[in-house]
Design a protein around this ligand. Structure first.
Ligand code: ADP
Length: 489
């Protein structure tokens, strides 16, 4: 087109350069008669460009577009409109147009129409709408509560199950920050790094309901892009855990009562057997003695199982009472070693304690601490080899007392280390299966250590040995109890 707009319309110059444009272009004279059309316009309608020249505009626009009357009257400004145009074959094409007068001044002037085929855009918009409707249907019919938030965790939409779980209506939730129904606002932030890697992040949370009650749920988080691929959104889904928690409580209650009731007869058998062995008036022939020793061994295992079950159910029902005070581990380790020594001697495993000088006191519950150390040392002996050792050493780091229980035994594979602290888990290794055990010891140890404010970790190499490290808070400001000299036990 003449860039200055000075060439009179109706000449071939009006087509100059227009054919290069991907948009459809029509130029009309002030009487709305087409004086030029470019290649794209002609192809769109199915005519040759010359065929269109001389046509009145209303031949290609079946109705007068919105905003055109003003433009036509005085030729001022420009207007935009969408219109369906009929092609030579009778097909309808949806177009979006910008129309503007050519040249400066007011009054009747030639006009240019620049049009774009918007079928594709409409198609995409339709697809987006369908996808959105589909998502809404799936979301509304999901048995889980679903809450969609933006990356700042402002609620964008919720489904009916989420409304039921929280007691709030969708209107009360949308636009608010999601933490208003999370009581753990100070809890750890969402792991966005894991979410961005496409990982599923989940955690148990108690939703704070509108009526003041709480609803335990397992919440899953997923980071997704919105339907236009422009913004990141978080989809949170909640599975109601109320029933599972109730069943857990019942199961726990049952285990506790059963284990508690079992403890009496099992202890009675142990006491009676001890009396039989110690009573000088009773002479046991070797066969009978052998049987009774086997019964005593089985009873010991049964008592261990019952005690472990009691401890697990106490911990899970919140019945575990822990009272911490400053503790000296030196004396405690000595007592434990004395109890375990006979078993260690039989297996040719030596026990060694290297206390710090002076030995700082740690905050712990004395009976639980004994349970922790006894468990780890017993395992160190049980899963060891003849001629091996179990060594206890300590370190002070970051206000904590670290205790390492290192053995030179069979070791634990990396794969097994992942499951080590699970309830009832025992390795499939033949050397492990040859030993009696419940698979509850480490679960209990971890629970106890964590309840006392510490952590439990493991490092191990197959065939080389295992080191368990537990930490306990130092008894700050308290003088170390009975400082000991470094030495071999
Ligand atoms: P248990 O010893 O009664 O089987 P634990 O909970 O104490 O139960 O230990 C679970 C499992 O962890 C054991 O069965 C064994 O497979 C492995 N394990 C624990 N301690 C050690 C260790 N010091 N060396 C090698 N394996 C161990």
């Amino acid at each position: 087109m003449d860039p200055k707009g000075t060439t009179p319309p109706g000449t071939a110059d009006h087509r100059f350069g227009l054919d290069e444009l991907p948009e459809a272009v029509f130029v009309t004279d002030p009487d709305h008669v087409i004086v030029a059309a470019n290649k794209a316009a002609a192809e769109l309608l199915g005519y040759a460009p010359e065929e269109l020249v001389g046509w009145p505009l209303d031949k290609i626009f079946p109705r007068q577009p919105h905003g055109m009357s003003l433009l036509m009257a005085d030729g001022s400004g420009s207007t935009k409109f969408e219109i369906k145009m009929k092609t030579k074959t009778g097909k309808m094409v949806l177009m979006s147009f910008v129309a503007a007068p050519i040249g400066s001044g007011t009054g009747r002037r030639p006009l240019v129409y620049l049009g774009r085929d918007i079928r594709l855009r409409k198609l995409v918009e339709g697809e987006i709408k369908r996808a959105r409707d589909y998502f809404r249907t799936v979301m509304q019919n999901s048995p889980s509560g679903i809450c969609v938030t933006d990356v700042n965790r402002t609620i964008v939409m919720v489904n009916t199950v989420a409304e039921e779980l929280t007691g709030y209506t969708s209107d009360e939730m949308v636009g608010r920050h999601v933490t208003f129904f999370y009581p753990d606002q100070g809890g750890p932030p969402l792991d966005f790094l894991a979410l961005r890697k496409g990982g599923k992040v989940s955690r148990e949370v108690d939703l704070k309901r509108k009526d003041g009650k709480t609803a335990p749920v397992l919440a899953f988080y997923r980071l997704v892009e919105d339907e236009r691929g422009e913004k990141e959104m978080i989809i949170e889904s909640y599975s109601d855990l109320t029933d599972r928690k109730r069943l857990d409580r019942l199961k726990n209650e049952f285990v506790f009562v059963a284990a508690h009731e079992l403890r009496n007869p099992v202890t009675a058998i142990r006491l009676l057997l001890n009396m039989v062995f110690e009573d000088k008036r009773i002479t046991l022939d070797p066969t009978l003695r052998g049987y009774l020793l086997k019964i005593q061994e089985a009873d010991k295992r049964l008592l261990q199982l019952v005690d472990d079950l009691l401890e697990v159910s106490r911990s899970e029902s919140g019945r575990l009472k822990i009272q911490v005070s400053p503790q000296d581990l030196t004396e405690l380790v000595k007592t434990i070693f004395n109890e375990i020594k006979p078993n260690a001697l039989t297996r040719d495993v030596s026990l060694r304690h290297i206390p710090l000088t002076p030995m700082p006191a740690a905050m712990a519950d004395p009976s639980k601490l004994k349970e922790i150390i006894a468990n780890l040392v017993t395992n160190g002996v049980k899963y060891n080899v003849a001629g091996g050792s179990v060594t206890i050493e300590h370190e002070v780091r970051g206000g904590m007392l670290l205790t390492h229980v290192a053995d030179t035994g069979i070791g634990i594979s990396e794969e097994d280390q992942e499951r080590l602290f699970e309830k009832f888990w025992r390795s499939e290794d033949m050397a492990v299966r040859a030993q009696s055990g419940t698979g509850l010891g480490l679960f209990i140890v971890k629970e106890l250590v964590e309840r006392m404010g510490g952590t439990l970790d493991v490092t191990s190499k197959i065939g080389r040995g295992t080191t368990f490290t537990f930490t306990l808070p130092l008894a700050h400001g308290k003088a170390p109890l009975k400082p000991k000299m470094k030495g071999k036990k």
